[in-house]
Design a protein around this ligand. Sequence first.
Ligand code: ADP
Ligand code: MG
Length: 259
Amino acid sequence: MSDATPLFQIENLHAGIEGKQILRGVNLTINRGEIHGLMGPNGSGKSTLAYVVAGHPNYEVMEGRVLFKGTNVLEMSADERARLGMFLAFQYPTVIPGVSMANFLRLAVNSVREGRGNGNGKPLPPREFRRMIREKMALLKMDEAFATRYLNEGFSGGEKKRAEILQLALLEPDFAILDETDSGLDIDALRTVSDGVNTVFTDQQAMLVITHYQRLLNYIKPHFVHVMLEGRIVESGGPELALELEDKGYDWLKEKHAS
Ligand code: ADP
Ligand code: MG
């Protein structure tokens, strides 16, 4: 990959689920160091975009490409995409009964290490992993007891989000999609989670932050903001676009782009 190759690029993506077309020609380019916000009314296709990019098996792609580090990832499994350095925080994280946070994270970290050839692809020794998880939890101001709990079992909304951010911190992906990371969070939890994201993000990474509300983007400040309507990105701009939407809602864009 030459330096000029964008880290992440979506070209003319058409995709849907159960025979229903939802994405109708999405184009998006994201470079290292950039945070992009993706906004839009409910049902406009934001989560669909996230799932398709992550390789969720229920979604079908009709047309277009998703290039990550110059490779079309649409041919790859979700697991292979993660190993290549992509990360998706799901809007509704699942419960995995009987798997502790720490075990889940160790498996995830080792899988990604193997894919990237870090440490010759060897699994991290348990002691090293414990050191790493302690360091990241301290960074995120998280209680160490958290790691011994079973994944998502009885987690509050805020705890699920923090678990995602811990995963983000440990995996150090090149590219992350956060889908509705703000949903179900009160203002304090929102601040903690956002601080966590801001703490772990470096200019060697890139991020797509999906949110219905402008609020999250006050805390995780995007360089670019895009608006999705009916499966297309109809408007792109700087952070001021999010403020405009906060002020005016989505109706003016719906009128402007009435199909
Ligand atoms: P957003 O995240 O912007 O709220 P989604 O991507 O979740 O939007 O949904 C886009 C459209 O796809 C909506 O019309 C929704 O009803 C539809 N949709 C989402 N999931 C499914 C599904 N499993 N089966 C059929 N339609 C779906
Ligand atoms: Mg959604």
